[in-house]
Design a protein around this ligand. Structure first.
Ligand SMILES: O=C(O)CCC(=O)C(=O)O
Ligand SMILES: [Fe+2]
Length: 235
């Protein structure tokens, strides 16, 4: 069973959203009408009280901030062009299969593909007043080209998140896709629809007591890029 806690973060209008009446497919291509047809420069909105906390069972929580990055269509285009996207292959049973999404990863000593992402990392570190160990330092990137791309149920449990509470922040660009969360061991799923500059932060025990996924879909969906900010020692 799914509980539509937040039917679509995209529905709550922020500056990153396309003008009303513009078909999604055009918006997803970064085409903007009205206001001079200029693509809007990417910018971060405030955090503070615009961040809404949802307390989950098992010591987990989720923070959501719809439309945190305005001009997200431009960011999407930049990331498509600048990130060295790779198709990974993994052994599954007796076959080698392509991972159904493109991936890239930036560590704390790498040059990140756009200064806005480093500013987003800094703004989150300031918002959470995180001590050194909990500061976001790396950026994992996933590119979901269409509904055939997705990520199966998992917790981000590589590294110390296997034992410790950690925060994982996700900033989404491009077309919205559903991110589902469900408690380990069963229970209703929560559904967040993330794209167009939305922010979602998983925290507390979320990586251990909950799982998340981006399900594949037969619906016609546009491409989405997810940037996952993580602290040291967590992948
Ligand atoms: O697409 C997303 O926002 C989630 C990606 C994810 O869960 C992961 O890469 O660990
Ligand atoms: Fe994950």
């Amino acid at each position: 069973m799914e509980v539509a806690l937040q039917p679509s973060l995209f529905d709550s209008l922020g500056p990153a959203d396309p003008p009303a009446g513009l078909p999604d497919s055009r918006a997803d291509l970064g085409v903007r009408s009205g206001a001079g047809d200029e693509p809007c420069a990417p910018a971060l909105g405030p955090l503070g009280s615009t961040v809404e906390r949802v307390t989950l069972s098992g010591g987990a929580w989720v923070d959501v901030r719809p439309g945190w990055v305005s001009g997200s269509a431009e960011m999407f285009t930049r990331l498509v062009e600048r990130v060295p996207w790779e198709e990974e292959r993994r052994v599954m049973y007796d076959r080698v299969v392509a991972v159904p999404r493109l991936l890239s990863w930036y560590g704390e000593h790498d040059a990140w593909p756009d200064p806005l992402l480093a500013r987003a990392r800094d703004a989150l570190n300031e918002h959470y007043a995180a001590d050194e160990r909990e500061r976001f330092v790396s950026a994992g990137m996933c590119f979901y080209r269409d509904g055939r791309d997705g990520v199966a149920w998992h917790g981000d449990r590589i590294g110390r998140s296997r034992r410790e509470d950690v925060m994982v922040g996700i900033v989404s660009f491009g077309a919205p896709r559903a991110l589902l969360l469900r408690p380990v061991g069963g229970g209703a799923s929560l559904r967040y629809t993330l794209g167009h500059g939305d922010l979602l932060v998983m925290g507390g025990a979320c990586q251990r007591t909950w799982e998340h996924s981006v399900p594949k879909t037969a619906r016609a969906v546009g491409p989405r890029i997810s940037v996952q900010l993580r602290p040291r020692g967590v992948a």
